[in-house]
Write a protein that binds this ligand. Sequence first.
Ligand code: NAD
Ligand code: UD1
Length: 343
Amino acid sequence: MNGKKILVTGGTGYIGSHTVVELQQAGYEVVIVDNLSNSEADVVDRITEITGNSPKFYKIDLTDSDALREVFVKEKDIFSAIHFAAFKAVGESVEKPLMYYRNNLNSLINLLDLSGEFKVKNVVFSSSCTVYGQPEKLPVTEQTPVIRPESPYGNTKRISEEVIQEFTIAHSGFNGIALRYFNPIGAHPSALIGELPRGVPNNLVPFVTQTAAGLRDQLKIFGDDYNTPDGTCIRDYINVVDLAKAHVAAISRQVNGKMRNSFEVFNLGTGQGASVLDIVKGFEKATGKKLNYTMAERRLGDVEQIYANASYAEKELNWKAEKTLEETLKSAWEWEKKLRNIE
Ligand code: NAD
Ligand code: UD1
């Protein structure tokens, strides 16, 4: 047990809940803050069922600075905050940009403000490969230029990284790590926690599992005329438990004082690109389920291909993705089955 206390904002969400499990299993004490705008309270019980250890939970909106202050007053000696809490639907952010800037930026500003006041010295931030747009050169390294993302959602990630970096400059001794996730998929092997999209899923894998479960008639593959080997888009799909473990590695870098700069960035991917058809075929192979799918028009705003060079995280965080695509797709299916009571 190292016992250090970690504040996890958005800790009942998809990636947050998996990270809470890994943190607890690594011996950290976890305090979750979430307003349940995109998650359910019973996730706390599910985490407890997996780890045998109940995380503290505050149902609080991070844009409410007074409410968040109460948490800092009650929870002394927070070592680091992992900041997952944000809205994340790309299409919705185009329709409601202010809602995204208000939630994602005000939450971060409140968190940093109170971190400064209560002498919390570290933050780990959920960023996204969306900050690279469609890169000219693949795979993407941390030196690949950041461009202005296409969506307000993506832009909140780019701006948040800058805000954290500027905060570290202004506050000597404060450390920030931005983790740029590629495409997180899959679920915990217990099938007790996983992704819970509300309404019709926008993302590929939840749409695939819901189609296999009979909730959706047919998967549409958005574009088969891209300049890729099979004509469909390529992404770097990373297992959510592997991703969660990278957060523990980032915290341990802060605990051990190993940061090279007060602000650091890491790409978190597998280093392997997979096409949409690879996902469809991989899912069928991993689960023995046939998927009803069809080719459709390209989706506006999609980049053709992106995948990570994951070597910097491997060298510096001593972390790499370990799970295969097939076992990850199987875990997504096991989660969906349990959710829908399918045998
Ligand atoms: P999620 O929606 O499952 O989790 C986010 C959590 O934050 C939810 O539980 C929600 O209730 C909470 N939340 C949102 N606004 C809040 C507020 N103002 N106050 C308190 N709680 C609030 O999303 P996720 O997939 O787990 O993503 C976590 C983070 O990772 C987000 O910042 C997201 O933008 C980022 N990210 C996700 C992906 C992905 O594909 N899932 C990819 C790149 C980056
Ligand atoms: C999207 C966001 C990205 C965000 C990520 C996680 C866009 C442009 N990008 O990534 O900023 O960080 O979600 O929330 O929205 N696909 C289909 N049929 C479907 C669904 C998806 O063919 O029904 C294809 C897409 O065209 C894409 C791939 O599957 O090629 C992955 O899509 P998705 O899961 O939505 O993730 P991204 O678009 O990569």
